[in-house]
Design a protein around this ligand. Structure first.
Ligand code: 13P
Length: 250
């Protein structure tokens, strides 16, 4: 089956009112009739601005995080209802930076994924191994465990609405992308792992690759049968790079 490609830009903690507008103006001017679904994930403070800028353009909006709780005394948190107010459609969950710096466990990630689905938004579930885990040949075990935590919480039928992003931690922000074959091997494993519970759903799940994706390596990555797009960090902040990646998605 053909799965639609997704190119999502995770801006992380970058941007300003001025640079966001310049970046989006540049990107939107170049990508009118592309086949890939383009998503941008600005910081919370700019969701409102970016929501206005992408309205009617076909570009979708993602948040980089969300609370698993509906509302109440959770200082500093942002609820899914608030995100929906700003026309957010996707939410990143389990990014390795959240897992590493903010202590998000597999259990929290599973709870958040469930809450995102219940709110009617689409989770982009990030998984991936550290360098030590890869060197210890634990890559597939780590990815399976991260997927299982979510599968156990939401059930395989709900997994049809989850987008997975495989982001090996050693490739994030390092300039050292996984090779297309290394990424394909993990993507194929993840799909087969989901297929052990439901083959039809496994075929439909879009699995993105993230970790030093640039305009000069995206085409090869996208040529792999189980790589359905990219979650892009640094290169999503540079017009020519992000546009190049989008165009290479066909
Ligand atoms: P880089 O593309 O900067 O390596 O970041 C990847 C990433 O973490 C996207 O979520």
């Amino acid at each position: 089956m053909t799965r639609k490609k997704i190119v999502a830009g995770n801006w992380k903690m970058n941007g300003s009112l001025e640079t966001n507008e310049r970046l989006l103006d540049g990107v939107l001017a170049e990508i009118e009739s592309e086949n890939a679904l383009v998503i941008v994930a600005p910081p919370f403070t700019y969701l409102s601005q970016v929501s206005g800028l992408v309205k009617g353009t076909g570009v979708s909006l993602a948040a980089q995080n969300a609370s698993q709780y509906l509302s109440g005394a959770y200082t500093g948190e942002t609820s899914l209802t608030m995100l929906k107010d700003l026309s957010v459609e996707y939410v990143l969950v389990g990014h390795s930076e959240r897992r590493t710096y903010y202590g998000e466990t597999d259990h929290v990630v599973a709870e958040k994924t469930k809450a995102i689905l219940e709110s009617g938004l689409t989770p982009i579930l990030c998984i991936g191994e550290s360098l030590e885990e890869r060197q210890a040949e634990q890559t597939l075990v780590v990815c399976a465990n991260q997927i299982n935590a979510v599968l156990n919480e939401i059930g395989v039928s709900s997994f049809a609405k989850v987008v997975v992003a495989y982001e090996p931690v050693w490739a994030i922000g390092t300039g050292l992308s996984a090779t297309a074959q290394q990424a394909q091997d993990v993507h194929e494993f993840v799909r087969k792992h989901i297929a052990t519970q439901n083959a039809e759903i496994a075929e439909k799940v879009q699995i993105l690759y993230g970790g030093s994706v640039k305009a000069n390596n995206s085409e090869e990555l996208f040529s792999m049968p189980d790589i359905d797009g990219a979650l892009v960090g640094g290169a999503s902040l540079i017009v020519e790079e992000f546009v190049g990646i989008i165009k290479s998605a066909g």
